[in-house]
Design a protein. Structure first.
Ligand code: ADP
Ligand code: MG
Length: 353
């Protein structure tokens, strides 16, 4: 294990010691938001002349995390198409380079087949959940803490009102909110109901752990969809994963077209106008259809709506890091559009997009 920041040279030296190979780094870096560094590089086995193109992920504990998670997934759901590591140490992992675009890139670019691909992407996740369903597990251990953190994130955000004044959400959470023409009551009550619903729901499945569409590559040669970045795999409520799949493009791609925030002593009125590109909408609709059978079995409307809201609240926090602060009011309005479903008990009927 290496303490502190890990340099490429250290990783290359470690790999050479551990596995008797040569490892060289390209200048090309792939950017994610996780904080690990992903390089392109080449691997040279000492006995052969061939160089193999690889992707080298470096970060504190990343090798340990990704290898352990891969074994766990493979043991319980061997058909889940996961990238297999080549070499690893505690702080690094080396994967074969997959040529092809991520599902995220393909959907955004509007590649005609991407509608079907995003639906397969969703179904592959759902098959993993189905194969690893666990009864009577208290999955939500740790989740209440996540909920508390989420509430803090939400309360710390500031929204600009119609006069350009910044208002912290905490200052207006006790007022009655109206969002895009629908009354949702006091924001703090909505937050409490969401937390209560999540504490009540209880089934556990093994999830990949980061269902963002950038974590699957459509491999050019085979045409297969292969998952990467599985280091957070763990037992969770399936709704947490469903929310991420269905709202990923809202969180990362929403384009606002102006909003208005009107405040009066008792109430808050938020009006937003956003634009979803039709091809992205089509892909998300296809994924929702693919998940429908699982939604029906796994979830109630109130549970899934709660997870949808919490997912978007957590994403609000990332907007800044992605340089997309401007999208805040739209994402907040989108999250609150699920509020009317919180009290219902029906199963898998609503439309979430
Ligand atoms: N084996 C691979 N082959 C080709 N590209 C990869 C591979 N692994 C990662 N990438 C590229 O690097 C990006 C970031 O990798 P990822 O493992 O998802 O890291 P992060 O934790 O930063 O999200 C991916 O979205 C993909 O574009
Ligand atoms: Mg990733």
């Amino acid at each position: 294990m290496i303490e502190g920041k890990i340099t490429p040279t250290q990783v290359a030296t470690l790999a050479a010691q551990d596995h008797r190979v040569g490892l060289s780094f390209n200048n090309k870096l792939y950017g994610g938001v996780s904080g690990d560094v992903v390089h392109e590089g080449y691997l040279q086995h000492s006995l052969s002349h061939d160089r193999q193109k690889v992707v080298i992920k470096v970060g504190p504990g990343v090798g340990n995390r990704e290898v352990t998670a891969a074994r766990r997934i493979h043991a319980q759901a061997p058909s889940f198409p996961l990238i297999q590591d080549l070499l690893s140490g505690y702080d690094y992992v080396v994967y074969p380079y997959l040529s092809g675009d991520t599902i995220d890139q393909r959907v955004r670019a509007g590649v005609p087949e991407s509608t079907e691909e995003f639906s397969i992407f969703a179904r592959l996740h759902a098959q993993l959940w189905e194969q690893t369903q666990k009864d009577g597990i208290s999955v939500l251990d740790g989740y209440p803490k996540k909920l508390e953190q989420t509430k803090e994130i939400l309360y710390k955000l500031a929204l600009k009102d119609n006069d350009g004044k910044e208002i912290p959400v905490a200052d207006i959470a006790h007022r009655d909110w109206r969002v895009n023409g629908r009354s949702i009551g006091r924001l703090e009550d909505v937050i409490d109901t969401t937390s209560a619903n999540i504490r009540k729901s209880g089934m556990g499945v093994l999830t990949h752990g980061d269902e963002g569409a950038g974590n699957a590559i459509k491999e050019k040669n085979s045409g297969d969809i292969i998952f990467i970045d599985h280091g957070s795999a763990g037992v969770r409520a399936p709704e947490e994963a469903i929310a991420k799949i269905l709202l990923w493009f809202d969180a990362t791609n929403v384009n606002g077209r102006g909003y208005s925030l009107n405040l009066n002593p008792k109430g808050v009125e938020l009006q937003t106008k956003e634009q979803t590109k039709p091809h992205i909408h089509r892909s998300v609709a296809a994924a929702q259809t693919a998940l429908q059978p699982y939604l029906k079995d796994l979830s109630s409307d109130s549970a899934i709506s709660s997870y949808m809201m919490v997912y978007l609240w957590r994403e609000l926090h990332w907007l800044e890091r992605r340089g997309r602060q401007d999208a805040m009011p739209y994402l907040l309005a989108k999250s609150l559009s699920f509020a009317p479903e919180l009290q219902t008990s029906g199963r898998g009927r609503s439309s979430y997009i």
